[in-house]
Design a protein around this ligand. Structure first.
Ligand SMILES: [Zn+2]
Ligand SMILES: [Zn+2]
Length: 252
């Protein structure tokens, strides 16, 4: 039995203070601001639970192209492709706070918001996706001009913030040839007709995922799917953080 004496008491006090000190700094490092409402708390996700609940989640959508509908259906009039060889998961409707989040990331490279968008995608996939882990996760590429202007490619940034079991599958094997600005002001039909091609710079595994930030017309996706299918991809999934209504076609 330990007999209390001055040395033992001093040691116990010292140990206790050290423990409290560690807990205090741990608490400080765990505290973070929700990037949307700026509430300071210990967050399980980059966005607080209240803001997460307020986001415009796409809860019912076409199982193929991911376009929002009143109820879940297997394919719809907006499907990019009638051959049912892919499935698209878009987490949010591109509106309100979501537009602001993309503005912050694209114009100011707001890393906490980028991490939050990636987390939103991961949450959505964990709740809805039933497929096995893919062989490769491929970002929609940007052109050299766009990368020089913005300094980064958002789909690549989103993949870097995905959970560890997904982000190590990152394979940037798609290359873009034409500047996306050329198709930016075209209608959906014109964009789909426009043959803005991608090339493939490495072996393509059987089951691949294409990641984009926002989908509007699906024309970019069709081109990417075509390029990957031509190089041997058999099962193609599309993951995007957001999706616009077809009438607001200002993204790719
Ligand atoms: Zn919040
Ligand atoms: Zn559809």
């Amino acid at each position: 039995m330990l007999i209390p004496n001055r040395r033992n008491v001093n040691l116990a006090v010292k140990f206790g203070l050290h423990w409290l000190n560690r807990q205090y700094f741990q608490l400080l490092s765990d505290l973070q601001n929700c990037p949307l409402c700026l509430t300071l708390s210990i967050l399980e996700h980059p966005i607080c639970v209240y803001c997460l609940n307020d986001l415009p989640w796409i809860t019912r959508a076409c199982r193929q192209c991911g376009y929002p509908h009143d109820h879940a259906i297997d394919s719809c009039e907006h499907c990019f492709d009638t051959q049912n060889v892919f499935s698209c998961f878009s987490a949010l409707a591109y509106q309100d706070a979501v537009k602001w989040m993309f503005y912050r990331v694209k114009k100011h490279r707001d890393e906490p918001i980028a991490r939050a968008l990636s987390d939103v995608l991961a949450i959505y996939l964990s709740q809805r996706r039933l497929h096995p882990i893919p062989d490769a996760i491929i970002p929609i590429p940007t052109t050299k001009q766009q990368r020089r202007k913005r300094g980064f490619n958002l789909p690549e940034l989103l993949i870097q913030y995905l959970p560890a079991n997904l982000k190590h599958l990152y394979r940037p094997i798609l290359k873009s040839h034409k500047p996306n600005a050329e198709v930016k002001h075209l209608s959906r039909a014109q964009r789909i007709a426009t043959n803005h091609r991608f090339s493939v710079s490495g072996p393509v595994p059987r089951h691949v995922v294409i990641v984009d930030d926002v989908i509007t017309t699906g024309a970019t996706m069709m081109a990417a799917i075509g390029a990957l299918k031509a190089h041997g991809a058999e099962c193609i999934e599309i993951w995007s953080v957001a999706r616009t209504p077809l009438s607001h076609s200002h993204e790719n």
